[in-house]
Design a protein around this ligand. Structure first.
Ligand SMILES: C[S@@+](CC[C@H](N)C(=O)[O-])C[C@H]1O[C@@H](n2cnc3c(N)ncnc32)[C@H](O)[C@@H]1O
Length: 224
């Protein structure tokens, strides 16, 4: 018989590999990440579905290069609040940081880790039901958040989230998404130029794309 700790490890690996095809609504997405926080505690990258810390850092570098942080920061889908650690380590200046997530356990854990620090706050919120107030932040980031299809019209749901975040940030936002045709098994992909064109026409945004044509993750910055 296998010792218990080996069984637990196996279960964790299975949990890490398990990814649903999508979610009926953001609440179900929150419940999925709640479960990961509980079952995979101790390995942040597993909880957050990153292949490793380098992958997460690479995304943060690209996002903050594309849209440098400034003023009041919105981190939509903040997870465990790693972006704030990155900003501090790189000494990227900002006024205030607000992390929002649809998973209450992510928010509890992020709050625990960063509690007591001035100018940093976290909030459990579903922006599809409870939209953000316009122009309440300066720069916004939505990183590694939009990769699962949500509801019957995932494109509409994603555009609603992007639109609300964009309206809530006075300077603009940067978000990542998954490029079509570059990797098997991705749940929800788009063509970078098509999504950028849609953001330009629907939201009247000035658009910039960070895409090398090979990496399955690309980023878009939207500026007012
Ligand atoms: C892969 S993690 C990334 C976390 C963080 N952005 C990072 O890069 O470390 C995705 C996070 O987005 C959150 N999320 C997904 N859809 C969301 C939505 N519609 N609103 C808020 N948070 C969402 C999940 O709960 C999860 O914590």
């Amino acid at each position: 018989m296998k010792p218990l700790h080996l069984l637990a490890k196996k279960l964790k690996k299975r949990m890490f590999r398990y990814t649903p095809s999508g979610f009926p609504d953001p609440k179900a997405c929150g419940a999925f990440y709640d479960a990961r926080v509980g079952l995979l505690a101790g390995d942040d990258m597993m909880v957050l579905e990153y292949s490793g810390m380098e992958a997460q850092e690479r995304l943060f570098v690209r996002a903050t290069t594309l849209l440098p942080p400034q003023g009041e920061i919105l981190d939509l889908g903040c997870g465990l609040g790693h972006l704030i650690i990155y900003l501090d380590e790189k000494q990227l200046s900002y006024g205030r940081y607000h992390g929002i997530d649809v998973s209450s356990r992510m928010i509890d854990e992020a709050t625990k880790r960063h509690s007591g620090r001035q100018g940093i706050s976290f909030e459990h919120r579903n922006v599809l039901e409870d939209p953000l107030i316009p122009a309440s932040f300066d720069t916004g980031y939505i990183l590694s958040v939009l990769g699962y299809p949500i509801g019957d019209d995932p494109m509409r749901a994603m555009m609603t989230i992007i639109e609300n975040a964009f309206a809530s940030c006075r300077t603009g936002i940067a978000f990542s998404h998954l490029a079509s045709g570059r990797k098997e098994g991705l749940k929800f992909t788009t063509v970078p130029e098509e999504l950028a064109a849609r953001c330009e026409s629907d939201l009247g945004a000035k658009v910039e794309i960070d895409d090398d044509g090979k990496d399955f993750t690309y980023l878009i910055a939207l500026r007012h």
